[in-house]
Design a protein around this ligand. Structure first.
Ligand code: NAD
Length: 416
């Protein structure tokens, strides 16, 4: 079958990570898409990525600085993969649908519900595919975690306790992750955490939270970014910035199924870093996977004790990974895996690309669609709204735009 011609829009750090994912997909022998162009408003970024692509994928790509020009010059391109900064997603995705493209859009779908709804309106009108790039649930350990919870081994869920603390007063990756209007770190990383919580335990319906900006000034650290994905831009990072986005949000979450969660997202922690998570049920507990690390899950059941990672698989005899995941991670039943973070990272994004191709080819629905993406954002924004209002906020209130004090300045900034 011929491959679907696609373009990457946004040739920054994540654009580079997506390129590596395409390399993994090509090497798997199951690729149903083919990268033919790169578009970035900064031509030098697009050119840089196209040179890398030539090296990695063995194909030369066309470089564009505008989506409209790309549409005119390469009418064969069917889908775009949006990896621009988070604040621009709603505008780029809306334009892409108006130009008749299928879209894979990095998370978050937008920074506001109004922005998400603009994208959803354009998507529905277009009849095209919209998939949100939320890859973490595709990790084989997350799939196993979910299968175990669904099988009832820990009983009915009581609580998910999740948290991390790190960051100090350094600029995290790139200045925009501290600017509320472009994509603060809480929302940028938070949608991943929320997606995990709701993937395992179902929808969250209410949040009560306190948020803060502990570090209104942030400073350039010694190293930026995730692994080496941002090295090219180190010189551009200013020595000092004024942060306008929250760096601590502590939330209590009520799930529709009655479970109650606690979530600490602390990005201004000095001293020792921590990262923890545990799901408790009526019969035991499970420590969820830290994505892309491959460590075994920690399962403890009342009256039995700790279950070793080999024995965990016996509890879910029907658990199997899909064909491409099995190929990339080299088994269809895994209780742990060993590969570098960068490899696991590219495999998970490769799965997103493959799913996009399948959805285009056979009309199936992506796992993380516009509504899942919007709800992931709504939980984060409900926490921020709750802190301003000093009361619990329901996800329905946020999704229905009954209250949007937090979002209003972002909507004004982008004229949404
Ligand atoms: N899923 C994940 O694990 C993960 C990890 C990192 C980043 N991300 C997401 O990927 C996105 C990009 O993050 P990043 O760290 O690569 O950002 P970045 O700032 O490094 O790169 C963004 C690129 O987009 C370009 N750009 C901005 N507006 C544009 C427009 N309108 N049209 C074309 N190009 C435009 C910029 O010039 C830049 O090259 C963000 O939404 C972020 O949340 C996801």
């Amino acid at each position: 079958m011929s491959k679907i011609p696609i373009a990457i829009i946004g040739a920054g750090g994540m654009g580079g990570r997506h390129l590596r994912a395409l390399e993994a997909l090509y090497e798997s022998g199951m690729s149903n898409v083919e990268l033919v162009a790169i578009c970035d408003t900064r031509e030098e970024n697009a050119t840089h990525l196209s040179v890398k692509a030539e090296d990695m994928l063995g194909s030369s790509l066309e470089v564009f600085t505008s989506l409209e020009i790309m549409k005119k010059k390469r009418p064969d391109i069917q889908a775009v993969d949006i990896t621009t900064d988070s604040g621009s997603h709603h505008a780029v995705a809306e334009m892409a649908f108006n130009l008749d493209y299928h879209v894979l859009c990095e998370k978050p779908l937008s920074l506001t519900i109004k922005g998400c709804n603009k994208v959803i309106k354009a998507w529905k009108k277009s009849g095209k595919v919209l998939s949100v790039g939320e890859q973490e649930r595709r990790d084989p350990m997350c799939r196993l975690n979910k299968a175990l919870i669904d099988s009832g081994v820990i009983g009915s869920p009581y609580s998910f306790i999740l948290g991390s603390a790190r960051g100090g007063n350094e600029i995290i990756i790139w200045p925009w992750r501290h600017y509320k209007n472009i994509g603060g770190i809480f929302v940028d990383a938070g949608v991943h955490a929320v997606d995990q919580m709701m993937y395992y335990l179902g929808d969250i319906e209410e949040v009560f939270a306190v948020s803060k900006i502990w570090e209104p000034k942030r400073y350039k650290g010694e190293k930026i970014g995730v692994s080496n994905f941002y090295e090219q831009w180190v010189k551009e990072v200013p020595d000092e910035i004024e942060a306008s986005a929250e760096d601590m949000v502590i939330s209590t979450l009520k799930y529709k199924n009655g479970a109650v969660g606690q979530w600490t997202s602390f990005w201004a922690a000095h001293g020792e870093e921590i990262e923890y998570g545990m799901i408790y049920g009526s019969k035991g507990s499970i420590q969820p996977a830290k994505q892309r690390r491959g460590d075994p899950l920690k399962l403890t059941i009342d009256g039995i004790g700790k279950i070793s990672d080999k024995d965990i698989l016996d509890l879910v005899p029907d658990f199997h990974l899909d064909e491409l995941t099995s190929r990339l991670f080299k088994s269809d039943r895994l209780s742990s895996y060993s590969c570098p973070f960068e490899d696991a990272d590219k495999f998970l994004v490769a799965l997103e690309y493959y799913e996009l191709g399948q959805c285009i080819n056979n009309g199936s629905k992506p796992e993380v669609d516009a509504y899942v993406g919007r709800k992931d954002l709504a939980v984060c924004n409900a926490a921020l709204e709750s802190s301003i209002l000093g009361r619990p906020v329901t996800i329905k209130e946020i999704e229905d735009e009954e209250t949007s004090v937090y979002e209003s300045s972002i909507n004004n900034y982008w004229r949404i």
